[in-house]
Structures are given as C-alpha cells and as structure tokens.
Design a protein around this ligand. Sequence first.
Ligand code: DON
Length: 309
Amino acid sequence: MSQLNEKLAVVMQQALDEAKTNMGGENASYIPFLASVPSELTGLAFVSVTGEIIQLQDANYKFAIESISKIMTLGLVLEQSGADALHTKVGAEPTGMPFNSVLALELHQGKPLTPLVNAGAMATVSLVKATDKEQRWQQILNFQSLLANSDIVLSDEVNQSEQTTNTHNRAIALLLESSGRMYSEPLEACDVYTRQCSTLFNAVDLATVGATLANGGKNPCSGKQLIQTQNIPHILAEMAMEGLYDTSGDWAYDVGLPGKSGVGGGLLTVIPNIGALAAFSPRLDPFGNSIRGQQMIKHVTQAMAWNLF
Ligand code: DON
C-alpha cells in the first residue's frame, strides 16, 4: 500500500469509529424493505484510480443502491445520445427541492431540470435506446455491473417492496408524459427506474463506480473504458449540483466534491484523479442522505485536504 493510502486507511478508521456513535436520523420508511435494514450497519470503502482498495467494517454488506443508480443511467445515456441531447431533453439545473417534488416540475413547464431527481431519472431511463422494456432494463443492469466490476443483481424483495408502493413516482411519470418529456411508455419507464433502484451494491462496488468516474471513465479494476472521458465532467457537474438534493449546496460548501446519495443509505463521493469514497449506513437526514455517511466522508476528505475549491 502506498504511503498516502496508509495514512488514508488510518483516517478512514478514525472517521468510522467516530460516526458509529451517531444515533441521529432514521432508515427510510416510505419503502417498507428499507425500514427493515439494521440501522447500525456502517461501512466505508475507498477505491483509487490505480485500483487499490481499502474497506472497513460493513463495506461488504449489500444494500439497495436507490438514487445512486441515477448517475449510472445518466452515463449510459450520455454514451448513447450525447451531452447535448440529454441537456435539451432533461436539463442540467439543480431544483433546490426534494427528490420527488411535483412542484419542481410544475414550476418549469414539466421539464425535470436534472437527471438526478426522480422525474429526470425516469426521463433518462426512457432515453436508453432499446426496442422494448426488458432490453432497456438489461442494458441498465449490465452497465451497473460493468461500472462496479461485479455481478450486480436485482433484489426481488426490494423491487417488490418498491413496485407496490411507488404510486407517487407513477404519477410523476404520467406528468412527464403530459408535458412531452417522457420518451418511452411512461409506466414502463417508471417500472425500469424502480428496478434500477432495487439492485444491490456493497461499498466496494460503489467506490469502484466512483473510481471509474475519477479515472476519466476507465474502470481501474477491469481496465475497461466504460464512459468517454469527455462525458465525465457532465456527470460530476450534475453530482455537484444535485447529488444530495436540497442539501447539495451545503455539501459543496463543506466538502467541495461531487457526491451522490441514495435512500438505501449509500453515499458516493468522487475525488477526481485520486479515487472515490463510498459510505453505507441506513440512518438518513430529512433530505434522504445517510447521516453517518456524510459524517465519515466529511471527516476523511477534510483530513486529506481533497476539497476541489
Ligand atoms: O424513487 C425513489 O423514491 C427511490 N427508489 C429512490 C430515492 C432516493 O434514493 C433518493 N435519495 N436520496
């Protein structure tokens, strides 16, 4: 292990030990499965752009990826259709509102503004080039596996739990259709979006996704170029503006790095040209971001002086 990574491993352990005592927040409850995950699980992983891995405590626990899937499908659509098409059809502005806000849509003539809120993510799914729903889904799942360098699988349990409770997202899909911002059959797009949220990753898988973004789109573990280097800044910009929803500004102010959270408790942070940190812990703040995850990543990135600004 390099000297830098030896120091990093020590700092990561300190961050984890400190965060473990934080009892703030609660699991997501609007998706029944997520409410049942043990709240005290805490994992932290780092993958460098050279493929070195550091993993601590529950870094091997498989959790539902949820909203972090949005950055992967964004990458796929950027590859298939290019940055201009995505920008015109979905947008690139922070909403400043919750991830499932209908008001944000209504205020902008039904344009989702960003692929990282639920509306924009479903529109992005609908842009994946495919002949039918199953082919669209297989492409998304395959791309998740390539980015994680791991066989990513759908959890039937999580998917079932989400598909039977996602009426709000189905309503958003229909609103998108009504404003001409849905590019496949709307409820099919909602179904595939719900599946992409219901796959299981551990913190090492997730940090590998981030390390691919940190490494100009080339997965440092498999050596495969998965996203063209020219598309990476678009993904990182979206993450910086909207990755933690209505607290993205606070995250930029405190951490100064692109991040992405999921209500399953995952939190990814990309340190360009260095690597990525992935945290997992199910207790969330009111905005849907892991509390211990934010605490650990803040601690490590401050100690390592990784703030980009
Ligand atoms: O669509 C939803 O509401 C969930 N499947 C994902 C939301 C989510 O992860 C928001 N993130 N922090």
